[in-house]
Design a protein around this ligand. Structure first.
Ligand SMILES: Nc1ncnc2c1ncn2[C@@H]1O[C@H](COP(=O)(O)OP(=O)(O)OP(=O)(O)O)[C@@H](O)[C@H]1O
Ligand SMILES: [Mg+2]
Length: 334
């Protein structure tokens, strides 16, 4: 059990505690991207992070594994894995955590697989680093088992093959095999199926569903349908801030933030109902250097009030497990 800001948090695997990050512009000024993120991923559960392109989803995932590019800087807060603040770890310590306790899979597996090494070798490399007790023979048989587990047929033969000999969907399966090789506490999946065609997408999603529950999952996607399928909890991000967080039912059926409502209204066929005209939220996510004052969503919000232009709303707890960052609910009006 751990105390976080005075609360007991018995089953939180990963905790973002008031975490902020920005980037250095050409003049050396820090421009804020992620603002005061506080949330947790619970043991054995899946948290979905959703929001339009440019909202900061990937930077959030990369922060948790400390793989931010050089221009990005941490501005404050902490990220706990268990009791340990990952922001205090050395790069050497992070190398042990990555692939061991936290693993990440990306949209395009080719960027993470080494084209000149067989997939078997690459899986065995992960095992050698994090499970040194395994003999080379054990590593080879584990690699074959892992490939079988993620649905690669004839894994005894395929283990010798190179990434280019696999299709996109198969490469993503190989990435998943590498990611689960050491039974990580947390798997971060950043748009794991976006680059795949629809049928293959469904197969990879079915695989992820099958693997669910072995550890915790942070699933980053702009697709609420995928979140509905896999996640228990959802974080809605807009322009680097959490605007709403709740259980998946609430987000899909009773969202209260105007941005979440807009996202839900933009889903073409939620629960099989076809809409004649697909809603889309007017405007687009601004670049960080142009984030507006007050509520960052206010220029696009059809319920914008004067207050929203000048004052950022706090993240307000509506009830246990449901919070929203919007002046309609902040009590500022009463
Ligand atoms: N090094 C950087 N310098 C300046 N801005 C950056 C840098 N890295 C990221 N950004 C900006 O941070 C914002 C958030 O980026 P991020 O990649 O996390 O978005 P995302 O929600 O994952 O979007 P997508 O759905 O397109 O993947 C974007 O506006 C992006 O342009
Ligand atoms: Mg992204």
């Amino acid at each position: 059990m751990r105390e976080v800001q005075g609360r007991q948090a018995p089953d939180d695997i990963l905790i973002f505690d008031n975490y902020s990050a920005g980037y250095l512009d050409d003049d050396g000024h820090i421009i804020n991207l992620l603002d005061s993120l506080s949330f947790s991923v619970k043991e054995g559960r899946a948290l979905g992070i959703v929001g339009e392109s440019g909202c900061g989803k990937s930077i959030t995932g990369l922060s948790a594994i400390r793989l931010l590019s050089k221009q990005l800087v941490v501005q404050g807060g902490a990220i706990f894995l268990g009791n340990e603040n990952l922001l205090e770890k050395t790069e050497r310590e992070m190398q042990d955590i990555r692939g061991g306790k936290i693993a990440m899979i990306f949209q395009e597996p080719m960027t993470s697989l080494n084209p000149v090494l067989s997939v078997g070798f690459q899986i065995e490399e992960v095992l050698a680093r994090h499970r040194p007790e395994l003999s080379p023979d054990d590593r080879r048989s584990s690699a074959i088992e892992l490939l079988r587990e993620v649905g690669i047929s004839a894994p005894e033969k395929r283990v010798e093959d190179y990434p280019h000999q696999f299709s996109g969907g198969m490469r993503q399966r190989v990435m998943i095999a590498m990611a689960i090789a050491c039974h990580p506490l947390l798997l971060i999946a950043d748009e794991p199926t976006t680059a795949l065609d629809v049928t293959i997408q469904a197969q990879v999603l079915a695989l992820m569903k099958r693997l669910k529950g072995r550890g915790s999952l942070m699933l980053i996607t702009h697709n609420l349908g995928i979140i509905a399928d896999l996640c228990e909890e959802v974080l809605v991000m807009y322009a680097g801030r959490i605007v709403e967080k709740a259980d998946v039912e609430t987000i899909l059926k009773k969202p209260i933030h105007p941005y979440t409502q807009g996202l839900i209204a933009s889903i073409p066929t939620l629960r099989g109902e076809r809409q004649k005209f697909l809603y889309s939220i007017p405007g687009m996510v601004p670049a960080a250097k142009n984030f507006p004052s007050g509520c960052r969503f206010h220029p696009r919000c059809d319920r914008c009030m004067d207050l929203c232009r000048v004052e950022a709303p706090p993240l307000t707890k509506i009830r246990d497990g449901h919070s929203v960052r919007c002046h309609l609910y902040s009590g500022a009006l009463s």
